[in-house]
Design a binder for this molecule. Structure first.
Ligand SMILES: Nc1ncnc2c1ncn2[C@@H]1O[C@H](COP(=O)(O)OP(=O)(O)OP(=O)(O)O)[C@@H](O)[C@H]1O
Length: 657
């Protein structure tokens, strides 16, 4: 796959993605987490890359959102979805949904939505999802008690690449290997030529070490499971709570995870614990052993009268013998007992079994007083115990790694499925929360029945449903605050969601598959000459664009003086009408614009049905073909009816002219 063919992927990003095991799958499935595992690729970039890959797959190169306000509506739609996702992954993954003009892309998402909306957003599942996150590869693992050894430069380079966690040593002969075995608990020789040698220590010959990674370096697998333990347990809970088919046995996974400590060592082995304690207690046990022996001897000496004949004493002194020799001669039994007691103490205190011999050697047979341990023998005991501890730990790790190895690939799916479920549940919750339906594509323009915008400043349950449809070009008139802007917002949001392939907040919607959405928001006041000119240029570009567009424009008249605006808007409407575009222009000057337009432009109106306590009561659904009366007209009418005053009648008459 040519990664650089994906929009937004340059040579550098392509190179980064090439580090992934399966970049193609990740791109195909929009797996943002897998893409973000590429070195130097952030989650935000990963979402953009995934979106680019989708576009490429559907040959969808066009931009659908053509204005800032159109993009804002998309952002709003995304926020509504993202708020309903639990995991950061799902929030990112939702960004791969975008409004598209491509039929196949829209169909693809609609198929996803059909699955998603069947999901039940059970609170137990949402709770469990809180602990799920993409799996990570532990960094900085270093194993110091084991090394690889080879005499071959190529094998050396390969081993360095395959096992960055281990030291790789170059050796020439068996003597070199033996030397290494003194410093490492285990030496793994990579050359067949070393087979059959009888070397001290733990030296193994494994020419195919590169294919037996879990055996040679179980720490890598264990560190992976230790580091991801909480996420895996949470993903297992999600599968159970949601009743999803699991790609691996959840009990076996939980059991395996319960056997690893957070640091990747194996939990709960009595023998390993014994050896660990023994290594750390050697010095203390030996020194207590010395005290035990010396206390005994001291006592024996104190309670003993030593008789020695003068000739013997003389001969001892002449030989230069120390008092120890005297002890040897006189207290041989006591001395033996004292040393035996010291040895017994060490063997007991360290709970030694196979190392009892070595422990005995820690106290020399030759009598001395005070009794002193043999430093060399103690060092040997310490080294041997440490090697036994490391061998035991390595064997346990290898056993557990062998059990967990079968789960390594399935847990990737386990977590991915849980995270994808979160994406589906976010869509399902969005659809439920806003009473959504899947829209139907076809015909011209759009037709919304019972549409309720989730973007209003009132609680969703208080939003009044709107029916509105336009086929061609229309002016939308209406009283102040009647809901004109809200109506075109609803139209824009509905079209954006529909073309993302998502359900829309309405009872029923039919729409044409548009190529682009232009939404011109209300300007904040009269524009200066320069800004006015550039706005006109934008419309100039808009009316010469190709394709079937939906154009939504809010009170364009506010950009300049009313008389001129009406003429300009009329001209724009004519051009759009000639092109067969669908357009809704919200305006307070609908009457004037209609006058100035060279075709019979449709005018719809959001009408006030009356004034209640000084407040307008509004029918939020635009009435087709009706120019809505303005708020001032309604107030004048009210005054004219209430007060018998010719002045108000005159004003009202002006509206009728
Ligand atoms: N369908 C609806 N259901 C409930 N409330 C609505 C609805 N539509 C609009 N409103 C309320 O009316 C307010 C005004 O709506 P909006 O700004 O769309 O009116 P407008 O006709 O564009 O006003 P203006 O003429 O001042 O531009 C909204 O802020 C909202 O509180």
């Amino acid at each position: 796959m040519d990664l650089e063919a994906i929009p937004g992927v340059g040579a550098k990003t392509a190179e980064r993605l090439a580090h992934l095991d399966d970049a193609e799958r990740a791109l195909r499935e929009g797996d943002v987490a897998a893409l973000a595992r590429a070195p130097g690729v952030t989650e935000g970039q990963a979402a953009r890359i995934a979106r680019g890959a989708i576009r490429e797959r559907h040959g969808d190169g066009s931009r659908f959102l053509r204005t800032d306000r159109a993009r804002e509506l998309y952002d709003d739609a995304l926020s509504l979805l993202r708020e309903r996702a639990v995991t950061d992954y799902a929030k990112r993954r939702l960004e791969t949904f975008y409004p598209s003009a491509s039929r196949s892309r829209i169909e693809e998402v609609r198929a996803f939505v059909a699955r998603a909306t069947e999901r039940d957003p059970d609170p137990a599942v949402l709770d469990a999802l809180a602990g799920v996150a993409p799996l990570t590869d532990p960094a900085g693992l270093r194993v110091r008690e084991r090394c690889l050894a080879t005499g071959d430069a190529e094998a050396y380079a390969r081993a360095e690449r395959q096992f960055p966690e281990l030291s790789v040593e170059l050796v020439e002969d068996a003597a070199d290997l033996a030397e290494l075995a003194r410093g490492y608990s285990t030496v793994i020789a990579l050359d067949e030529g070393f087979a059959g040698l009888d070397l001290p220590g733990d030296v193994r010959v494994l020419p195919d070490a590169g294919e037996r990674i879990d055996e040679v370096l179980p720490e890598r697998l264990l560190a992976f499971f230790a580091e991801n333990r909480e996420r895996l347990l949470a993903a297992a809970d999600v599968h159970e709570a949601a009743g999803l088919d699991s790609p691996c046995g959840l009990d076996a996974l939980r059991d395996g995870l319960s056997r690893i400590e957070a640091d990747g060592t194996v939990r709960g082995d009595e023998e390993l614990g014994r050896l660990q304690d023994a290594v750390s207690d050697v010095d203390a046990a030996v020194s207590t052993g010395e005290s035990v022996a010396n206390d005994r001897l001291r006592e024996a000496i104190q309670t003993r009268d030593v008789t020695i004949e003068g000739a013997d004493l003389l001969s001892l002194v002449e030989q230069g013998a120390r008092v120890d020799a005297l002890l040897d001669r006189e207290l041989a039994d006591e001395f033996d007992e004292a040393v035996a007691a010291a040895r017994e103490h060490v063997v007991d205190a360290l709970r030694l079994r196979d190392h009892a011999d070595l422990a005995e050697r820690a106290f020399p047979d030759d009598p001395t007083f005070p009794v002193r341990s043999d430093d060399e023998a103690v060092a040997r005991l310490r080294t041997d115990l440490a090697a036994a501890r490391d061998r035991r730990a390595a064997a346990l790790k290898a056993d557990l790694a062998a059990d967990l190895a079968a789960l390594r690939a399935p847990v990737e799916d386990l977590v991915r499925d849980a995270l994808e479920l979160d994406v589906e549940l976010a869509v399902a919750r969005f659809a439920r929360d806003f009473d959504c339906t899947l829209p139907a594509f076809g015909g011209r323009g759009f037709e919304i029945e019972g549409g309720r915008s989730p973007l209003l400043d009132v609680p969703f349950e208080d939003v009044e449903a709107i029916d509105y449809g336009v086929d061609g070009v229309a002016l939308l008139s209406g009283v102040n605050s009647g809901g004109k802007t809200s109506t075109i917002d609803l139209v824009g949001l509905t079209v954006v969601l529909a073309q993302m392939g998502l359900p829309v907040p309405a009872e029923r919607v039919r729409l044409e598959r548009f190529d682009a959405l232009h939404y011109q928001a209300k300007s904040q006041g009269t524009l200066d000459a320069g800004a006015f000119e550039s706005t006109l240029r934008e419309f100039g570009g808009l009316v010469t664009d190709e394709g079937n567009r939906l154009v939504l424009v809010d009170e364009l008249e506010s950009i300049t003086e009313p008389g001129a605006s009406a003429k300009i808007i009329a001209g724009i409407l004519e051009s759009l009408d000639e092109q067969g575009a669908t357009a809704v222009f919200v305006s307070h000057l609908a009457g004037e614009i209609r006058e100035a337009t060279g075709f019979d432009v449709q005018v719809d109106g959001i009408e006030a049905v009356g004034l209640v306590d000084g407040e307008l009561e509004v029918n939020r659904s635009p009435v087709k073909g009706r120019l809505a009366r303005s708020t001032p007209e309604l107030i004048v009418e009210k005054l004219a009816t209430a007060e018998e005053d010719a002045f108000y009648d005159r004003l009202l008459g002006k509206f009728a002219e």
